[in-house]
Ligand binder design. Sequence first.
Ligand code: ATP
Ligand code: MG
Length: 441
Amino acid sequence: MTEIRKSDDVSPPQIIPRPEHNISRAHISKPALKVLYRLKDAGYQAFLVGGSVRDLLLGHQPKDFDVATDARPEEVRALFGNSRLIGRRFRLAHVRFGREIIEVATFRGTGNGDPSDGEHVIHESGRILKDNAWGSIEEDAIRRDFTVNALYYNIADFSIWDFAGGVDDIAHGWLRLIGDPETRYREDPVRMLRAARLAAKLGLELHPEAAEPVPRLADLLDGVPPARLFDEFLKLFQSGHALESYRKLAQLGLFEHLFPMTARVLADDSQQDFRELIEAALANTDWRIAEELPVTPMFLFAVLLWRPVKDRAATLMQDEGLSPGRALAQAAADINAQQVARVALPKRFSLPMREVLQLQGRFEDQRPRRVRSLLQHKRFRAAYDLLLLRAQVGEVPGELAEFWTAAQQGDSESEPAPAQRARRRRRRRPRRRQGNSTPAP
Ligand code: ATP
Ligand code: MG
């Protein structure tokens, strides 16, 4: 990784005094203010930084408040009884106030700007020390990715320090990288995903200079560790802007590097219903987050992989003569294995996801005993939700979804008492037959 921004390239910030901006202390959390004031009173510099300043300027409520200071982690630790130091490579202090944690970071010099990336360190020895090398606030600012992320709110006089023209970019609605875009993407290809995500989340337009190299450099994502891509997946698809993020990713040629098998199906023009299925699921996820309902990555993975799994099952039936049920199970296992090599969905999600995919083959069997047993399945609800989406886009008849909607109502009306149900289940189990024909997926 090249270090393009040395301290002598760093210029002083543009300082925007309090009367000329709209950030008010009323919008900053009490715990964040407490941390800022205590650092200042102890004689340190203390700034609110990063996403929170950006979000406040845009009129959004930040999801967390990060603080940057010239105090060293040990000094921060000494100031706050309710704090602890975390991170080996990037030492930070976490100050806890009930459920809210304020992250306090010491200004850092140039080096790898990404706090969550451990990879470069392994490749080049000596990187660890570099990443923890303390720096000036100017250096801290320009190692960040986007101009709008290099804004600092100074608790000493409530001014904003703008190191890269972020305030102007916000005013014009631009998302722009600090420095040369290609160099910054090569340093850390995940910044391309962050570009898509932040543009979607903030409603900013990716500046043409920042957008131009992306399709060309998208391949670099293939070298990013799958675990890190899963972290990004969560931020992209479970932060309330999944549909917009997905569209941005697709537009920039990035989606195919996260879900290559899904993208291959989508590239086929006749797959309009699969595109609709995905978009409906993403819109629903956004709605659930807005309603503060729980969401799980296993369901979105199931949706995204459904068609690759269905197609693979058809091949297995044809080429290897597997029964429909076995084919679907095998296909779910195969596709999952390939997908997790790209985006590392943890087992606690991939196992239930495979069940949800497999269960799609059991909805057509409407014999009463099979219906009862499917209704009792641990993954019935998620599988049914996928079935509803499939019906919504016309992949299966609406009547099939209606049947299962009604079956659940019937089931809850005639719901036996728990003790009774347990007995019934025990009796039924030995009679369950193996190898029943499962309808084609
Ligand atoms: P969000 O509001 O979704 O949390 P964010 O911009 O705050 O968005 P974080 O992942 O919380 O994103 O990162 C905090 C800050 O760290 C960013 O504002 C940015 O300045 C810096 N940062 C994060 N990831 C990178 C990266 N890959 N390269 C350079 N700087 C980064
Ligand atoms: Mg953040």
